[in-house]
Design a protein around this ligand. Structure first.
Ligand SMILES: Nc1ncnc2c1ncn2[C@@H]1O[C@H](COP(=O)(O)OP(=O)(O)OP(=O)(O)O)[C@@H](O)[C@H]1O
Length: 261
């Protein structure tokens, strides 16, 4: 049913053990076709929430539904055709070629025992182009810089061609040019109907690109809503105990600047 599309968390929470609360039970609807920023200080639960949304973690309480179906009830291949996730940290310690790592994103689309099709190769080429890593295609991923490896992982996710993209601080290792290029690309995918849910620390990037934000603090849902309503100096004071002011740029985007005393 149409109203079931997107994510629905119903009192969903996760605990890493008695001494380590990950995320308190929360209820939330994340609508399809929207760019969500996941904000909050270190340790506030962003990665835990992304792992619940990806089905990497099973909620300790409540449920996480995607398009009306509990996320852990999807067969893995179906889930991999529906959502992709790029983790905050990863190790690429094998001598795989960049091309082959990006091609791994196509595996959910390649029938068992079949070879990659022309469409698979086209998707890989497009993802390499989008991340400007075509010139590294034959290099081992082990020989790349941190930011270049990050772009390979994003390219792999793009090649997977899913409706939902879950990203954990994917621009953290990137220079501002590549960071903005990726955010613009994600915004374009959202305009085409995809859903992006991206954890990030940069409030100004959130203000420039995210339609909505979900804010966590101490493993709890603090607030959520349209980015410009939520990301204000009052939020900065609440989350980080830092003074800030907001201003409007020539391109009519609200931005935050921090006051250093
Ligand atoms: N594997 C784990 N075992 C025990 N506790 C964990 C584990 N992973 C995370 N936690 C705890 O769960 C809480 C939420 O962590 P999480 O990684 O979700 O935060 P985050 O908002 O993504 O942080 P950051 O911005 O630093 O990446 C933290 O208190 C953290 O210490």
């Amino acid at each position: 049913m149409e109203h079931d599309r997107g994510y629905r968390l119903c009192d969903a929470g996760f605990s890493y053990g008695r001494a380590h609360a990950g995320l308190q039970a929360l209820s939330l609807h994340l609508a399809p076709g929207c760019f969500y920023g996941l904000l909050g200080p270190n340790g506030s639960g962003k990665t835990t929430l992304l792992d619940l949304l990806a089905g990497h973690l099973t909620p300790s309480c409540g449920s996480v539904l995607l398009n009306g179906r509990q996320i852990d009830h999807y067969p893995p291949a179906d889930r991999a055709r529906l959502l992709t996730s790029v983790p905050q940290s990863f190790s690429l310690n094998f001598d795989y070629r960049v091309f082959d790592v990006v091609l791994m994103g196509r595996h959910p689309h390649i029938p068992r025992f079949a070879r990659p099709s022309r469409d698979d190769h086209t998707a890989v080429e497009q993802a390499l182009d989008a991340m400007e890593i075509g010139r590294f295609r034959d290099r081992s991923v082990r020989q790349l810089s941190g930011g270049e490896k990050q772009r390979v992982m994003i390219a792999r996710a793009l090649a997977q061609d899913t409706d939902y993209l879950l990203l954990d601080e994917v621009t953290a290792n990137l220079d501002i040019n590549h960071a903005l290029a990726i955010m613009k690309l994600l915004a374009r995918l959202v305009r085409q109907g995809r859903t992006v849910i991206a954890a990030m620390h940069d409030l100004n990037i959130a203000l420039a690109f995210c339609d909505q934000v979900v804010v966590l603090k101490d493993g709890d849902l603090r607030c959520y809503g349209p980015t410009e309503d939520i990301v204000t100096p009052a939020l900065v004071a609440d989350l980080y105990e830092i003074e800030a002011e907001s201003y409007r740029t020539a391109t009519r985007t609200n931005q935050i600047s921090f006051i250093y005393r």
